[in-house]
Design a protein around this ligand. Structure first.
Ligand code: PHE
Length: 339
């Protein structure tokens, strides 16, 4: 008999549950009207006198134990449902949220926009599928102009009038057609050229082109603006302008920034010269202003255009331009800490 009591005591102490039903069943089993404890009490009168003391203590201990157990388990279940009811378990550690990363092209593009917006340039955009007028003709590239071959063009089906824009100069034309000077705008966007894909070039890439049209805009303004840009963008203000040719600007120049020759990478990047070519620029050809309805006798302007992809490769030491469009998460993840 005493052994049975001890067994029950062990059972009571070992019992644990978070289910209300199980706890209630446990309570009924021990403490209910027809429960075990009452039956033990009922048997008490049959216990020989000599054992009464030990037996009585054991029953009382079992009763206290069972009562305590039921109370603590019930309390625990109640506490849990209280916090879970509205907010879940507030003490649990938070779930980690994966944050995304900006694409290196966007990082560079946003930096360029930011730099030019500080000196009053706004942002303009236009369609990627363009017509001949906005991509070529208005930009002083009439039909059969040999310079059209400078940019290998993708045409849409067989219509020679509809094409994928080869530069965002087309946006500048649209902007001039719809806005009067003073104009200060930059046009970021994706452009397409039918070129062989390699580590250095792709058949689509991204540009930011800039345009400033007002009275008395001079080449000196252009140079000053470019110098401001390179020092903000690269921390380098030594630039040189090499004479070049673009049909839509006259005179035209290629802009090099002095990168330095301190490290082996500098050496490789600049092919041992220290100079890095970053963009084309020039004074807007009077024909272009005329084509867009702006009087070249009154107004003059400068324009420039650069590729974002190359700059992104340069700033982030990316060895292959194709990585920029493959969407490999292992590559993209690495830009989490960037702007
Ligand atoms: N549109 C030229 C290109 O895509 C860049 C450029 C823009 C050059 C404006 C001069 C002036 O190569």
């Amino acid at each position: 008999m005493i052994d049975t009591l001890k067994q029950h005591l062990a059972e009571v102490e070992a019992f644990s549950s978070t289910s209300k039903d199980e706890i209630e069943a446990f309570r009924i089993k021990y403490l209910g009207k027809k429960g075990l404890l009452n039956s033990f009490f009922a048997e008490f009168k049959n216990v020989p006198n000599g054992q009464k003391k030990e037996f009585g203590q054991a029953i009382n201990q079992l009763k206290t134990s069972a009562n305590e157990k039921v109370n603590t388990l019930k309390q625990a279940v109640e506490n849990q449902s209280e916090t879970q009811g509205k907010y879940g378990d507030l003490t649990r550690p938070g779930e980690p949220i994966e944050i995304g990363a900006r694409h290196p092209i966007s990082i560079v593009k946003n930096r360029i926009i930011n730099i030019f917006s500080r000196i009053g340039f706004n942002v303009s955009e236009g369609p990627e599928i363009e017509d001949d007028w906005h991509n070529f003709t208005a930009l002083n590239l009439p039909e059969y102009h040999p310079a059209r071959d400078m940019q290998d063009t993708f045409f849409i089906q067989t219509d020679p009038d509809i094409l994928l824009r080869t530069h965002t100069s087309s946006v500048q034309v649209r902007y001039m057609e719809n806005n009067r000077p003073p104009i200060r705008t930059i046009s970021p966007g994706r452009v397409y050229r039918n070129e062989a894909i390699s580590a250095r070039s792709h058949c689509f890439f991204h540009q930011v082109e800039g345009l400033y049209v007002d009275k008395d805009v001079s080449f000196a303004d252009l140079k000053q603006t470019l110098q401001y840009f390179t020092s903000e963008m690269f921390g380098k203000s030594k630039i040189r302008l090499r004479p070049s040719y673009f049909p839509f600007t006259e005179p035209s120049a290629e802009v090099d920034v002095y990168w330095g020759l301190e490290t082996e990478t500098d050496y490789k990047m600049t092919k041992g010269t220290g100079w890095l070519e970053i963009m084309g620029c020039g004074m807007v050809d009077p024909n272009v202003l005329q084509n867009c309805g702006i009087d070249p006798e009154v107004y003059s302007g400068f324009a420039f255009g650069m590729g974002i992809d190359r700059i992104a490769l340069l700033l982030h030491q990316i060895p292959d331009i194709r990585l920029l469009s493959e969407n490999d998460i292992r590559f993209l993840d690495q830009f989490k800490s960037s702007l």
